[in-house]
Design a protein around this ligand. Structure first.
Ligand code: BG6
Length: 304
């Protein structure tokens, strides 16, 4: 039991254990009983639960929990690319690698150490350096759970004195929803987006809110820092706050694509919606010694 940021009543805190496949995982709990689970495989958040034990993230019933592939669900980290250009694997390698616990992370400005949290670290392996040459980076990830149950994820990517490099990024967040036809996304109105279903052609969002009646695979550009996902049936709203992440990816595979994705049940597209804080259109470039920070905060509030 490794207590970091543990609270005084003994219930809140941080526990490191192994999952059924022997992969290290970290469970964060706050005083009120909300929790989050983070796997060292991919640094992926696999569960985020309210104090009543309700799961807020979707994980497929067909998910494969054996590395190297990322689990279908939770919050896979897409780095150093979002998408599938060039020789890098789709959505980058970070989600497929084993991360380590960072015992001595550099201080994080404006961030309290009092809440339950875990710091993880990813450095490139020799193989990563072959597919992404000369990019010596350090990727530091902090996942924390606030007293109110908010889930916060902070990524810091540093260029460790290699030549300048660029990357794109996304927190590929699989929200658990009642039914895709009952859900709408607010905060993307009037924005331009790149539509992956039309060779990344640029369109402008016309609707008041985004609703779903077929496959959606878009990158909304330069959004404001708050997006809301309203679930009418469950009477709850996810609030997504982001910083350092200009774009928002919205993905639902719908019926046909769901059937083609091996680790997703045929009907499960109805219970999931990916809404990602992301930096896709304009890659982030780091010169030697520079660092980038991208923050995501997820909360859930009751709604009608
Ligand atoms: C989306 C992409 O964001 O992620 C889709 O735009 C892709 O095209 C999806 O199918 C899931 O990707 P993956 O690699 O996790 O199956």
């Amino acid at each position: 039991m490794n207590q970091q940021g543990g609270e005084s009543d003994g219930r809140g805190g941080v526990e490191v254990s192994k999952d059924r496949n022997g992969i290290e995982q970290v469970i964060l709990r706050n005083n009120r009983g909300a929790s989050a689970r983070v796997s060292l495989h991919g640094g992926q958040v696999l569960s985020w639960k309210t104090e009543r034990g309700e799961e807020l993230l979707f994980t497929s019933s067909k998910a494969i929990f054996n590395p190297p592939k990322a689990v279908r669900g939770g919050i896979p980290i897409c780095f150093p690319q979002f998408g599938n250009r060039g020789s890098l694997e789709q959505h980058g390698f970070a989600r497929n690698r084993m991360w380590t616990i960072d015992k001595n992370p550099p201080p994080l400005p404006n961030e309290s150490n009092a809440k339950p949290h875990i710091d993880l670290l990813l450095k490139p392996s020799e193989d990563d350096l072959k597919i992404w040459p000369h990019r010596y980076f350090e990727f530091r990830l902090r996942v924390s759970l606030a007293a109110e149950g908010y889930l916060s994820i902070i990524s810091r990517v540093r260029n460790v004195n290699s030549k300048p490099f660029s990357f794109s990024f996304a927190y590929h967040t699989y929200l658990s929803i009642s039914d895709i036809s009952e859900v709408r996304v607010e905060g993307l109105e009037t924005l331009d987006y790149l539509d992956n279903l039309y060779q990344k052609e640029r369109f402008t969002e016309q609707g008041d809110a985004l609703t779903f009646e077929s496959e959606v695979d878009r990158v909304y550009l330069d959004s404001c820092n708050t997006v809301a996902v309203l679930d009418h049936e469950r009477k709850r709203t996810f609030v997504i706050r982001k910083d350092g992440l200009p774009d928002v990816v919205v993905w639902n595979p719908w019926e046909k694509k769901a059937k083609a994705v091996g680790d997703l049940g045929d009907e499960e597209y109805k219970q999931m919606l990916c809404v990602d804080g992301a930096a896709v259109e304009k890659p982030i470039t780091l010169k030697p010694g520079e660092e980038w920070t991208g923050r995501l905060e997820l909360s859930v509030v009751p709604s009608t």
